[in-house]
Design a protein around this ligand. Structure first.
Ligand SMILES: Nc1ncnc2c1ncn2[C@@H]1O[C@H](COP(=O)(O)OP(=O)(O)OP(=O)(O)O)[C@@H](O)[C@H]1O
Ligand SMILES: [Mg+2]
Length: 374
């Protein structure tokens, strides 16, 4: 069982600005940890530092309790699966998977045992004598994962392994990777993606990273937690807007009044200008404070059901069968989006009410930090 610990990890590329700042992280033995974040935030850099193929500028990396900063990749007992997995075109699938083991002088019977077992798990036994060109993208990706499995690593590292596949195959392979992880429970996995759906589906723990100004001010890690933890309790507006699709709606507002049970907000004139009464739920906020109200698209329910109601002009409706997106007048150039189950009857130009069901809102202070319910 292998635990991975990162302490005060920093990364500066020669001559460039800092790309990783103040990363403190524990990845438990057997855990499936996902690095998520926008392009350029340093996900691959952080993964490559764990693999040992990128140097660590400062801080300490331990794998299984051993200090790893200077240990070469081959001695870390980690296996990495990349987005652009190159299989040897002239070798059969069997040879592709066996190659690394032959190089490591593993004996022939043991190689046969490991390749057969991996092929069984990946359901590619019947095609082991084929060449890579005779495979679909998903089958090739399985061979790339097979090459990692046969090494019996303590840690699997994946860098966007599915992003070259079409949408349906991506979902299929995602469930396969989850199943593999269950089958190999003793191994830890670190998985990089910019796709929040993939992260939510796979992760025991999501590490959401940020880039640019936010990283320099607050460090690289925006929030760490179980997927639903981040979804329901985002620490700030960056986290709130990164998880969930379409993203959370934001309305700037002023707190008009606060009593034990109720908050009264006035949204800015440019954002609708309505007065909204919301349950306070123990939030610590004072009258007069500038805040941002956050409402997820699924929490704008069509109709006036009492409570907090937004009366808005419909700009556009998109139908997806199972649900519809209704675009409502919001901030200039930034419509509010309601995700309505089934086929919405709203039409562009309608002026129509949407209700925020009672507990379902988020509130952020003027520095964009969540003012959480208590
Ligand atoms: N070898 C390098 N030299 C200098 N800068 C680099 C190098 N590799 C990456 N960077 C920079 O470091 C930052 C982080 O890069 P990284 O590849 O880790 O991002 P990422 O989160 O994996 O992005 P993506 O989602 O696009 O793959 C980027 O700004 C990138 O330009
Ligand atoms: Mg990357």
């Amino acid at each position: 069982m292998t635990q991975i610990t990162l302490q005060s990890i920093q990364k500066n590329y020669a001559g460039s600005v800092q790309v990783i700042r103040d990363v403190d992280l524990d990845i438990a033995a057997g855990e499936f940890c996902v690095f998520l974040g926008p392009s350029g935030c340093g996900k691959s850099t952080l993964l490559r530092m764990i693999a040992g193929i990128e140097s660590i500028t400062a801080g300490d990396l331990h794998i299984g309790g051993v200090h790893m900063n200077e240990v070469p990749p081959a001695e870390r007992e980690v296996a990495m699966v990349f987005q652009n997995y190159a299989l040897y075109p002239h070798m059969s699938l069997y040879e592709n998977m066996a190659f690394g083991l032959r190089q490591a002088k593993v004996d022939k019977a043991e190689i046969h045992r490991r390749v057969s077992e991996a092929a069984e798990v990946l359901q590619i036994t019947h095609m082991l004598d084929r060449l890579p060109k005779a495979l679909s993208g998903g089958q090739r990706q399985r061979v790339a994962i097979g090459r990692a499995i046969v090494r019996r690593p303590n840690v699997f590292l994946f860098d966007e392994p599915l992003s070259n596949l079409d949408a349906a195959l991506r979902v299929h392979m995602r469930t396969e990777i989850a199943r593999l992880h269950r089958d190999f429970q003793r191994a830890s996995a670190v998985y990089v993606t910019h796709d929040q759906t993939e992260a939510m589906a796979l992760a025991d723990k999501i590490v959401l990273l940020r880039a640019g100004e936010g990283m320099l001010t607050h460090g690289s890690i925006a929030q760490v937690g179980a997927p639903l933890d981040l979804y329901h309790h985002p620490r700030d507006m960056f986290v709130a807007s990164f998880l969930g699709s379409p993203r959370m709606n934001f309305l700037p507002a002023t707190v008009q009044a606060v009593d034990d049970h109720t908050l009264t907000l006035q949204t800015d004139a440019s954002a609708g200008g309505e007065r909204l009464q919301l349950p306070r739920q123990g939030r610590r906020v004072a009258a007069g404070a500038r805040v941002t109200l956050g409402i997820r698209p699924e929490h704008l329910l069509p109709g006036d059901m009492g409570g907090a109601t937004l009366l808005r002009t419909v700009q556009q409706v998109e139908h997806f069968g199972e649900y519809s997106y209704v675009y409502l007048q919001g901030l200039p150039g930034e419509p509010l989006i309601a995700k309505v189950p089934g086929r919405s009857s709203a039409l562009a130009g309608d002026r129509t009410p949407f209700t925020v069901p009672d507990p379902a809102y988020h509130l952020f202070d003027d520095a964009s930090f969540a003012i959480a319910a208590q």
